[in-house]
Structure formats: C-alpha cells, structure tokens
Design a protein around this ligand. Sequence first.
Ligand SMILES: Cc1ncc(COP(=O)(O)O)c(C=O)c1O
Length: 387
Amino acid sequence: MISYSTDNTLLLLPGPVAIHPRVYAAMNVPIYGHRTDHFRKIYAECVEMIKPVFGTTSADAYLLTGSGSLGLEAGIINFISPNDTVISMSAGKFGERSAKIARVFAKEVIEIKSPYGDPSLPEQLEKAFEETSATLVTVTHNETSTAVLNPLEDIVRVAHKHGAMVMADTITSAGGDWVKMDDWGVDIAVSGSQKCFGLPPGLGFVLASQKAVNHMLSIEQRVPSFYADLVMFKNAVEKGSGTPFTPAISLFYGLHESLKIIEEEGLENRIKRHHQMGYIIREAMKAMELELFAKEGYYSNTVTAVKIPQGINWGDLNKTIQKLGLIVAGGQGSMKGKIFRVGHMNIVGAREALLAVTGIETALNKLGHETHGRGVQKAQQLVAELL
Ligand SMILES: Cc1ncc(COP(=O)(O)O)c(C=O)c1O
C-alpha cells in the first residue's frame, strides 16, 4: 500500500492546519528588508485587513512574531498592574494556559474551573464577583482541548457589569467562527497564525479596543516586559516604522495573502462553511455511535472532540489513520487516550470532511469497531444536501 510522507499528509489537526497553495506561493519569494516602504505597506495592510476578522473597525491590531501564547502573554500583561487581581475562566488546557500566564504576572489569580467538556458560564463569573473584584477576566472563546465554544458575549457582559475588562483567547475561533469585538464589547482578543488564518505557526495577533488601549497607556505601574510590550508596537506603527523588531517577514507575506483569500471568500461564507463542516463531522461521528466530548449546545465549529470507543487504543487508531495519509489529534493532559480531535479549520471543505470521516471510519473498522459504513453514509448525505 502507498505510504504517505509527512509532506503529503492531510492535516486535520486543530492547528497547525492545511495551508492554501496561494499562501505557500506568497511566502516562497526572496526576503526583502523590513525597514522598507515595500514591507511597511504589506504590514500596514495586514493591520487593516485583519480587523474585520475580529469584528472590529476601531481596535488596534498588534501583529507579533511569536506563537499564540506570546499573544496571550501580551494580551494579559499590557492591561494589568502587578498589584491586580485577574479572574481566569478555564474549561480546558488553554483556559488553564491563560491562568498560568496571569499567575506569573498578577498579584492574584482566581481560576474558575469547569469540568473538561463543559463550558465556562456567565453565572460562574457572576458568582466569583460576589467574593472578589478584578481588573481583567481571561476566557478562552473556543477551547481547543475539549472542542467547546464558550458564550463569550455573555461573559463580557458580566465582566463589564463588574468593571473588569476581558481578554478573550480567540486563537481557534477568529477566522473560522464569529468574533464580534465591537458588538460584544470584547476588550482584548488574541489569535495566532496556524489555525483559522491558515498560515504556518509563528505569528500572534493581539487586538485591543480603544478602551483597552487607553487603559494600557494610563497604567502607572506596568508589568515589566520587553518583547511583549505593546506600547512599543503601537509607537512603531504610529512612527510608520512597522514593527519594533525584525518580523517573520515571510509569514507576513503569507498573512497578507491569507487575508486576501478571506476577503475573497467573504467572512460570512467562510464562517458558514466552518459551521457546515463542523456539523457534518459531528453528525457522522454520531452516526458511528461515537460520543462527542463537548456538552451539547456548546459545540465548537472549528474542532470536534470524540470519545474513543471501548476497546480501541489511541496509539493504534492514530497510526492507522496516519497510514491513510491523514492526521488527527489526540487528547491533551488527562484526556490523553480518551478522546481524539478532528480540526476543521481554514481550507477544510466537503472534500476534506468526506476524507476525514472515511479515514476515521476505515481505521475504527480495521481495529474492530464495526460501524457498517454509517459514518460515511451520513457525511455523503449531508455533503450532497449542500451541492
Ligand atoms: C485556544 C488556544 N489557545 C492557545 C493556544 C496556544 O497557541 P500556540 O501553540 O500558538 O502558542 C492554542 C494552540 O493550540 C489554542 O488552541
């Protein structure tokens, strides 16, 4: 049988993701200096073109060279003082990451934990504010480790009622699901390049509302930082020098192209496609009598987490799926061996959804979990309805 190499595998991971050939082509050009009009123009256009993806016309966009976690760090430390209390809502490994970052820099972090698979809820935040005050609330919009979409808008409403700002980790929602910074009042939204933006890893995006920017500029005692100091990024943009440090130039060429692709598809169409693909994958999994890990009503549209059926070993399942030229993700932390996750971000469409379901079903059948073709049949039926 054909064996698929690493450069010929369809990535169905919740990041990094399969990349559009136009983005590879845009990056595969000679490097030019970043202190030039040529690069400054590309950077300035990226700053403007990225804003609609976050549902904002007025926020500042800081485009950092570093992964999404650098964005989270910058999104927290620039908006608090070392004496502040932060409330971190966590419902999975990435909510816990924001809490961990906050713990390094804030005086106190109150972590509101939800069981894995459950969402973070506004009433939990309301309850926390009965006992404490805080200047910043961190929350993960789309919790990639559990495939749960948290009710961000409602959480922002509660935080604002109690005078706190919200830093939303939108790393696996922006570009694949609605993030409406202006409408929902999100103060700070963070994302990264290797998810729904469809780029290689290496860029982190921090969008800050004018309220958040004014707060950042008014903080007397700032959290010390050099590389993640957003005031430096702001000054660099205002001076027209682009970025304060050497940016990952090729990735910015790629970002420029991927933002063009998003514009051409139209954000609404793009998000609708992500919703459709998420629905097809979830329904196909259910047709195979597999159980979804996320609580019903809070399903992510960019990643699906599925409980591994009894008698199936994750290592064997992973290897078998990879033999078919596909790669999905396992569970993280205590979810390892118990769930697998299918990413459906960026260019995933009907073709990829059909391949994903076929590959997973074939591998499960091979390992003894018989499904009588029900998964593929369901996926085919749902795809056909879209044609
Ligand atoms: C929701 C979420 N937050 C944070 C991160 C961390 O991002 P990075 O690995 O780019 O630092 C990820 C990565 O998977 C994520 O999915």
